[in-house]
Design a protein around this ligand. Structure first.
Ligand code: MG
Length: 256
C-alpha cells in the first residue's frame, strides 16, 4: 500500500531577506535593512540619517504603533521629494531570492496555500506575488503618486507589527479551516519570532540568531549562496520523516 503523504496546508513567508534578497551593505545591525532604508539612502545622506533616527525611536518604543513609525518615515520621503520614478527604480533593485520561484512552484504543486507577510511596501510584494503566483499578501504600506507631478501624494497603511502578522496568519487558518500544526512559517528576522512560534513547522532561513533559537529547522547558507529551494527540501524531508496517517491509526488502535 502506498504511503500517505500529508503536506502542510499553508506556508507563510516573510518577504525581505526571505523571498527577496536584503541589502546587506546597508546593515548597521540596528533594524534589518529593508526597502525603507534603501529608499532613504536613495534620497541622500540627510534622509538616510533621519531614517536611522526613526529606527532608534522605534526601538525605544516612542511610536506606540507600527503605523506611527511608518507615518514618521513617510514624512521623510515627502520632505526629500520622493517621486514615482525613484520609488520604482529602488523597488526594482531588490532582487528575488535565488530558488524562490522553483520552491514556490513546488509548494503549489503540492497543494500548499502560499502567503506573504511583510511590514514593507506593497509594491515589492506585488512584483513577486504576481511572478510567483503567491496566493495572499499582507503588507504595511502602499504609495500613491500624483500623475501630474510624480510626487508622493497619498498612502495606505496597514498595521503590520508582530501581533497583526500573527492575526493575519490566524485569519487565513480560519478561512481555510486548518490548524496551526498544519502550517509552516519561513523567515529571517528577529521580529519573525512570534510568527514562527504560531505554527507547527518553522524554518529559519539564513536568519537572526534569536529566530534560529525558536525554529523547528535552521537553514544556514554562505553569504552570496542563498538558495530558497532548501526550504522546499526541508519541508519534504520533514514530511517524509513523519509517521504516515495509516500507521498513526494502527498505533492508536493497538493501544486499545
Ligand atoms: Mg525579513
Amino acid at each position: 500500500m502506498g504511503r500517505h503523504i500529508t503536506y502542510p496546508k499553508i506556508i507563510f513567508m516573510d518577504l525581505e531577506g526571505t523571498l527577496l534578497k536584503k541589502a546587506i551593505y546597508l546593515d548597521n545591525g540596528k533594524v534589518p535593512p529593508s526597502a525603507w532604508t534603501l529608499l532613504a539612502a536613495n534620497l541622500g545622506p540627510d534622509a538616510l540619517r533621519e531614517e536611522e533616527e526613526t529606527k532608534d525611536r522605534w526601538l525605544r518604543g516612542d511610536y506606540g504603533s507600527y503605523i506611527g513609525w511608518m507615518r514618521d518615515t513617510i514624512r521623510i520621503h515627502k520632505r526629500y521629494g520622493l517621486t514615482a520614478d525613484t520609488f520604482a527604480q529602488v523597488m526594482d533593485t531588490v532582487e528575488e531570492m535565488p530558488g524562490a520561484r522553483e520552491a514556490v512552484s513546488l509548494f503549489h504543486q503540492r497543494g500548499i496555500v502560499t502567503a506573504i507577510i511583510s511590514g514593507g511596501f506593497k509594491a515589492l510584494a506585488d512584483r513577486i506575488q504576481r511572478n510567483l503566483k503567491i496566493g495572499h499578501a499582507l503588507t504595511g504600506c502602499e504609495y500613491f503618486f500624483s500623475p501630474d507631478t510624480g510626487l508622493l501624494e497619498h498612502w495606505n497603511l496597514l498595521p503590520t507589527d508582530y501581533e497583526v502578522k500573527v492575526d493575519f496568519m490566524r485569519l487565513l487558518m480560519r478561512e481555510y479551516k486548518v490548524r496551526k500544526e498544519e502550517c509552516v512559517f519561513v523567515g529571517d528576522g528577529q521580529n519573525d519570532i512570534w510568527m514562527a512560534k504560531e505554527v507547527g513547522l518553522s524554518i529559519a532561513f539564513n536568519a537572526h540568531p534569536d529566530l534560529k533559537r525558536v525554529c523547528t529547522y535552521v537553514i544556514d547558507q554562505p553569504l552570496g549562496q542563498e538558495d530558497f529551494r532548501a526550504v522546499a527540501a526541508c519541508i519534504d524531508s520533514h514530511v517524509a520523516s513523519q509517521p504516515s496517517r495509516q500507521s498513526k491509526l494502527s498505533r492508536s488502535r493497538s493501544k486499545g
